[in-house]
Design a binder for this molecule. Structure first.
Ligand SMILES: O=P(O)(O)O[C@H]1O[C@H](CO)[C@@H](O)[C@H]1O
Ligand SMILES: O=c1cc[nH]c(=O)[nH]1
Length: 236
């Protein structure tokens, strides 16, 4: 048990798929894993472990934002001997070059956040994915004939803002979309010498206001889920 996860040691796999939403974790466990076991539900943040093609894989939520994923990823890496976390989330596109349901595999997360600075004395605005799981995801996408573009992401503390302009940092680092967790996940993994990747599905196109429904955010993310599971399977 850790402070925020009540699973017993050994109840969580070396590889964890991590959506923001606890109900997405439940959906994945119930629809993609064999014999899923609920191993933690502290604070309603569900963690499940089950079999995917004969190998144990865990899926559990990060919650939203850097503080939340900072806590869950740190405890998974340090208290459950997790080697690899694959965040599977949604993002808002800053450009109409991306369409809803497009898949992206994140190379670097750019952020104005002070999370990495105050947690780990890392001063960089740009935090790279960690380890070889990013490459495994790219190879796996090719094998599955899935178009998962590699790009940078703006990782932001902010969902609602006054100024509708694309934030400066997103332009500076060529980020076509925004989400709220990858930077802290990559920083934790970098500090701890672990593996971390982030795959995102475009849920909103900010300039046009097009978006997918809350139900679809939970369930209509099948290509991303299959890509993450197939990549995770190769690591255990
Ligand atoms: O779909 P998830 O993984 O929660 O990711 C995105 O959705 C949430 C905002 O709606 C933020 O957590 C953002 O990063
Ligand atoms: O962080 C996010 C996620 C989805 N859509 C957004 O606009 N922002």
């Amino acid at each position: 048990m850790s402070i925020h996860i009540s699973a017993k040691k050994g109840d969580i796999s070396k590889v964890v798929l991590q959506p923001g939403d606890p109900l997405r974790a439940k959906y994945i466990a119930e629809n993609f894993l064999e014999n899923p076991r609920l191993v933690s539900q502290t604070r309603g943040i569900f963690y499940y472990t089950g079999l995917y093609k004969g190998k144990e894989i865990s899926v559990g939520a990060s919650g939203m934002g850097f503080p939340s994923i900072g806590i869950y990823s740190f405890e998974l890496y340090t208290e459950y001997e997790v080697d690899t976390i694959i965040r599977i989330g949604t993002c808002g596109a800053y450009t109409t070059d991306l369409k809803v349901f497009d898949l992206i595999n994140i190379d670097n997360a750019a952020s104005e956040s002070t999370y990495a600075k105050y947690a780990w004395e890392m001063e960089e605005e740009l935090m790279p994915h960690q380890g070889n799981i990013f490459d495994i995801i790219n190879e796996t996408a090719e094998e599955l004939s899935l178009n998962a573009k590699s790009c940078n992401i703006h990782s932001s503390d902010i969902f609602y803002r006054k100024n509708p302009e694309i934030p400066e940092i997103a332009t500076k680092y060529n980020c076509p979309a925004v989400e709220m967790e990858a930077f802290a996940l990559f920083a934790n993994a970098r500090y701890l010498g672990k593996n971390a990747a982030t795959i995102l599905t475009v849920s909103d196109v900010i300039p046009t206001g097009e978006n997918i429904s809350a139900d679809q955010r939970q369930t209509a993310l099948k290509p991303m889920i299959e890509l993450a599971l197939e990549a995770a399977w190769k690591t255990v």
